[in-house]
Design a protein around this ligand. Sequence first.
Ligand code: NAD
Length: 541
Amino acid sequence: MSANNLHPKTTNETVLAYAPGSAERTALIAELAAQQTRQVDIHAVVNGERIASGSHTDVCAPHAHARKLGRVHNAEAATIHASIDAAVAAQRDWANASLAERSAVFLRAADLLAGPWRARLNAATMLGQGKTCYQAEIDAACELIDFLRFNVQFAHEIANGQPLSSPGMRNHLEYRPLEGFVYAVTPFNFTAIGGNLAIAPALMGNTVVWKPAATASLSNYLFMELLEAAGLPQGVINFLPGDPVAVSGAVLARPELAGIHFTGSTAVFDTLWGEVGRNVSRYRSYPRLVGETGGKDFVLAHASADAGTLAVALLRGAFEYQGQKCSAASRAYIPASLWPEVRDRLVAMVETIRMGDVTDFTNFMGAVIDRRAFDRIAGHLQRAAADSGVKLVAGGRADDSVGYFIAPTVLEVSDPRHTLMETELFGPVLSVYVYADEHWPEVLSLVDGTSPYALTGAVFATDRAAIAQASDALRYAAGNFYINDKPTGAVVGQQPFGGARRSGTNDKAGSPLNLLRWVSPRTVKETFVPPADYRYPHMAA
Ligand code: NAD
């Protein structure tokens, strides 16, 4: 890779407002109508070819589960192997393409997404993944466009990182892609993450087998089509929907596996890591394992915090996209002196939240992703209702008659180690522990030690000393730490994203740190006039 074609500094894509009467709203409404009247066959795409299968999984709208949007063709064993063969076969040509050539594909994809494809990807994300138009816009449009553009900028910065050359020689770091293929396994909750896990290794010259989550496969399949429209050569990214266990089992058994780019739950990443461990001596290279996983993200308020802004942050942080962001606020620690005001403000706002069909733009929330998620979260709510140590502050209802709706719920727990404070629920449920103001130092340790995760967290305080204490005590409790802001909403290029402990390998999506995992540099030294005599001057008589 060489940095032979520098381009202007990238800026973040502007978030469109979708106000009544706006052009973007008109286009989105038309696209939503069109996508609701058709059903898409979501095929595997191997070397540019669509491959059907006899086994299907329906894709339904979470807010109206009777509405079928398409069906996934689950890849069969022959298709799985064909996709790996295609990735391996495409590797040499793609690796040999210059960074400028590869970048052009992704920059063109960004412009297509910012323009003619924007409504298409947003509508698919709204319908298939249950996002409101704003949540879809910041994900499927803006974040994905940012990934496409910023990755290109970061790749050039990496390529420019070169060692010293002393007189008489030239040293060069060649940022080779990995030898083999990268397996991208992607989650349901962000179209942008699905896309980025495939494109980041590809930009660095790798070829990819991309296994999407079934529930996100509609938007992910459209993004695959967009990449093709942008000129991505066949075989560079192979789209492989299917049964996750069968697909992963076959993929991880192949010696050409060079890396895994995963986002999803901690349990699944553990499974993949374990399988790689068992197979390790079969691989040609040690696979790079990059995984961003679960979270139990905290909001910690100090007695000096502003109750109004805290209540808004709790609501947005916990309930936007139904709490299905890995960064969602799900455990809060509020001082007793502040709680009555925060609680009253929060409850008053929660009662005004409109939840329903995401094609109704007045709604703030939609449904959770599927039956499995609904049952899991509803089960937690039922157990909480029967638990004398848990007080229902707001919400608590679950209704799956039309869609998988869980009301935004606030629970107050008396035990700060309650499972509600430790376990990732991945739904619109905020658990609150109210602490005595004077226990601030103990609460810092509590926040740090309660959950196995360390993804995002926020501290609210106006007292600078308290902010400094929290920042120090919680240094390892979050990979993305917020001061007087909600713990969600990281922006590519501004807040590189990822956490440590059981939240993942912290390879910071949306930064050069992530792209560096997809290269295996070769150091090249060329000597211009090599010595003609083996003897050194000190050896003279
Ligand atoms: P998930 O783990 O259920 O699925 C993720 C991917 O793994 C999907 O493609 C799925 O099909 C696949 N998969 C499922 N079981 C598998 C198995 N046994 N073997 C191989 N692959 C398997 O996660 P999800 O429900 O799609 O997403 C929610 C989770 O993702 C939450 O835990 C959330 O915190 C996490 N997440 C983390 C980040 C982050 O940056 N840290 C971002 C988004 C989501």
